[in-house]
Structures are given as structure tokens and as C-alpha cells.
Design a binder for this molecule. Structure first.
Ligand code: FES
Ligand code: FE
Length: 440
């Protein structure tokens, strides 16, 4: 039995009912149709640099271990022992030669093979048990983009490249700046009592809340109200979104890294072009749950029922930057977008309060308005790839996110998802893009 979620989401009218944030049935359907199908960020190269390095994470509610292999490759598998279903690896991260389940002692190697079973010869007859059949379930597809590893349980999913589509161009503005790449430091993990989508739609779309939600934080930090200047919002075929103010409005403070940044400016322009060297970086979400901001924070959210999610956040720093610059970036993120960060706390309060209100029957059956700048989006305008709107105060990113969410929730297979997009004439394959964007 599946729920017809289109009763609660009307993207063409720009109306959504809060039932989708509250319902346990819808949440169960999401585990299957969103989480067991989407490409989900698992790890960055710098989190598992050496062979045997591993990190534990999740795809939805399913625990996953990601391990650097002897040959430099990466494997990922369900962190579940095939004997009675216990967690195989219980450490958050580390380096291992093998993983021993702490229940009865079955041992798995780092490639995900079952290699040892206590009392195997006496307890299991060979005709009913062959160890090689019982490795943990592998993540069906694992692909990396610029050192960021994503995995999906669905072998039929489009390639990661197609899934990212034009979003890759916006991602590169953040993470393709230096030949030496980026490094993940300073992980923080915390829990928020709200539905994961209330959070995900924000970096896809909502810059509109800044001046009100964050007014006191901005005052404390000496930042005035946001002047109404140029900016844009992008919405991708597979639910991704980003928004940013064009260059010129942010208060630029002196940095200990100024000399290093100036030295590397040419490299950045060479790699991503003038425009993305200075702008096209704001907040962003790669659907469903991989978010990044211009200040260097990246995070994944792991859903924990309809009314809770965990945030796992890292700070990304240029790998070759001097230690003082890395430290400066770390502290800036800590003060703004960590569990104790001024902005982060403001945001969480909204989501938690929205979630509480959705307990009410009338509250979750009253349509909410997602019509901001509806009808204004155009494809490939002003050199910007994909569907964009000429202002970051818009709901285009959210509408795109829920359009894709609905495609997933209404479709039994990936082929059906793609078919729905084709019927709307949406591009479903990636195209090569110039560093300066698209020309018309
Ligand atoms: Fe893992 Fe028994 S549950 S060894
Ligand atoms: Fe915010």
C-alpha cells in the first residue's frame, strides 16, 4: 500500500500540505522510494585517505561502512552482520584490517567478505552454509565526483553524473577551486526534532528568512540587513537547488589567509572562471541530504523518523592552505553553523517549531504557499546552466525539490521517475559545461 502523496503536494499551484512532514506512513514510503534509491553522499577522500581507513555513515536509516581498499579504491556496504543483524563496525571512523561483529564474532574483511565464523567446522555443515554467500550487502553503486563519494542502493539509478546534471557546475564553484583539492576537518553531529525536508528545502531555496530569522545574530556580528541586490536561484532536475547573492554585498573582512588567497586567485580563475571565482556560491542542497554553504560547512542529514534528523557536519578547507587559514575557517564555521553557531540555532528553532505545529490536524491539512517568483524561471539564462530565477528570494528551488520528491514517491522504479521528467521536457542527462557557464 502506497500513499498518493500528490494529494498533499501541488507543485504547479505552489501548495504543500504539512502532512508530508508528519505522517509515519509517508516516512516509511520515503525510506523505500527516496532513501533506498537516491544518490547519497557518503564520504570525502580526505576522510579515508589510507588503506584500511573507514568511516561509518548512513543512507537514510541504513548504516553503511565506507572503506579505503588496498588498491586505493573505495567500497561501501551495509553495516549489518548477516548472522543476526547486529552492527558489524561500531566505531565512527578509524583504520581496520577486518571488522569483527561483537555479538558472536563473525569477521568480515575490509572489502566486505565474511572471512571467519567461530566454530564453523563443527557448527555448520558445508552443504547448508558457505561463507562466501554471506558478506554484508554492498552499496549497489558507488561513484565519486571531485573526491566526494556518493552511493545508492538502486542499481537502476542514473549515473551520478546525470543525477548531478547542471548542479555539478554550481558544486564546482565551491569545490573545484584548487588542484590540491579540499580537506574535511572538525566534524560535529547533533539531533534536530523536525522532518528532514523542512531542513533540506532551506539550502535549496530559502534565503528569504535571513533578515528576520537571523536578525539578532547579524546584529551581534555587525552585519546589517541584506541590501536588495542581484542574485539568483537554481533548481535542478533531480531535486537539487542553490541560491546566492552576486558579488558585492558581503562584508569582506581581512583574513590571515589573504596572501595565500591572493596567490591562488589565478589558479581559481583558471579552473572555474571569473564569475564562479567571486560568486555563484551561497547555500546549496544536493537532493536529498547533502548541503554546503559558501563558508565551508558541508553536512549530511540522516532522517530518524518523520519528526527527527541527525546533522553530521564537517568544515571543508583548501588542502594546501596554511594552518592559520584552516583554523580561521574552522572557527568561523564553529561560530556560525555548528550546533553552538549563532545562525544554526536560529534555523533549528524554526524547524522544530514548524514540526510541533504539524501535529495539529488542521495545521497539516492547510496548504502552505510555495509560489514565490512562480513562472519566472528560465533555462540557461545569463550564462547560468539549468533553470534559474533572477533573485535568491524565490521558491523555485523548493518547487523543484518537491517536484522530484513527488516523482520518486509516485513511481515504482527509476525508469518511471525518468519517464515523468521526460514528459515535462526536463533534461535527464548531463552535458559538458564551459567554466564560464552556457552561452545562448
Ligand atoms: Fe554478528 Fe552473530 S550477529 S556474529
Ligand atoms: Fe538560516
Amino acid at each position: 500500500m502506497t500513499t498518493d502523496v500528490s494529494r498533499f503536494i501541488d507543485v504547479d499551484r505552489g501548495e504543500i500540505q504539512g502532512e508530508i512532514f508528519h505522517s509515519a506512513e509517508i516516512y516509511e514510503q520515503e525510506l523505500e522510494r527516496v532513501w533506498a534509491r537516491s544518490w547519497v553522499f557518503l564520504a570525502h577522500d580526505s576522510m579515508i585517505p589510507k588503506r584500511g581507513d573507514f568511516i561509518q555513515t548512513y543512507i537514510g536509516e541504513d548504516p553503511v561502512v565506507v572503506v579505503r581498499q588496498r588498491d586505493g579504491g573505495v567500497k561501501a556496504f551495509l553495516n549489518q552482520c548477516r548472522h543476526r543483524g547486529m552492527r558489524i563496525c561500531r566505531a565512527d571512523r578509524g583504520n581496520a584490517k577486518a571488522f569483527m561483529c561483537s555479538f558472536h564474532g563473525w569477521v568480515y574483511d575490509t572489502a566486505g567478505n565474511l572471512i571467519e565464523v567461530p566454530h564453523e567446522e563443527t557448527a555448520y555443515r558445508p552443504e547448508v552454509f558457505d561463507k562466501s554467500d554471506w558478506g554484508p550487502r554492498p552499496v549497489a553503486r558507488l561513484e565519486s565526483y571531485r573526491g566526494f563519494w556518493f552511493g545508492t542502493w538502486d542499481a537502476e539509478a542514473p549515473s551520478l553524473t546525470d543525477y548531478l546534471g547542471d548542479m555539478a557546475w554550481y558544486f564546482d564553484a565551491h569545490f573545484d577551486r584548487y588542484a590540491s583539492g579540499f580537506e574535511a576537518i572538525a566534524v560535529h553531529k547533533w539531533v534536530i526534532g523536525a522532518n528532514w525536508k523542512l531542513n533540506a528545502e532551506q539550502p535549496s531555496s530559502d534565503m528569504y528568512h535571513g533578515d528576520v530569522t537571523h536578525v539578532s545574530a547579524k546584529q551581534v556580528m555587525g552585519i546589517g540587513p541584506t541590501p536588495d541586490r542581484e542574485g539568483h536561484q537554481f533548481s535542478g532536475t533531480f531535486g537539487h537547488g542553490t541560491g546566492w547573492w552576486d558579488v558585492g554585498g558581503n562584508t569582506r573582512r581581512a583574513s590571515v589567509g589573504d596572501a595565500w588567497l591572493a596567490d591562488h586567485r589565478e589558479e581559481v580563475v583558471e579552473r572555474v572562471g571569473e564569475r564562479r571565482a567571486d560568486g555563484v556560491r551561497g547555500h546549496a542542497n544536493i537532493f536529498p541530504n547533502f548541503m554546503f554553504l559558501h563558508n565551508g560547512t558541508i553536512r549530511v542529514t540522516h532522517p530518524r523518523g518523520p519528526d527527527e534528523f541527525e546533522v553530521w557536519a564537517w568544515t571543508m578547507v583548501p588542502a594546501d592552505a596554511p594552518a592559520e587559514l584552516k583554523e580561521e575557517i574552522r572557527v568561523k564555521v564553529l561560530r556560525t553553523f555548528s550546533p553552538g553557531g549563532l545562525f544554526e540555532q536560529d534555523d533549528a528553532e524554526n524547524w522544530v517549531e514548524e514540526q510541533r505545529i504539524m501535529r495539529g490536524y488542521m495545521a497539516r491539512r492547510s496548504p502552505l504557499v510555495y509560489t514565490m517568483r512562480m513562472g519566472e524561471a528560465r533555462r540557461d539564462q545569463h550564462g547560468l546552466p539549468g533553470l534559474t530565477v533572477d533573485h535568491p528570494y524565490a521558491d523555485e528551488g523548493s518547487r523543484g525539490m518537491y517536484r522530484h520528491y513527488l516523482d520518486l514517491m509516485m513511481s515504482p522504479t527509476w525508469a518511471d521517475v525518468i519517464e515523468r521528467k521526460r514528459e515535462r521536457d526536463e533534461p535527464v542527462t548531463a552535458r559538458p559545461l564551459d567554466k564560464n557557464g552556457v552561452s545562448r
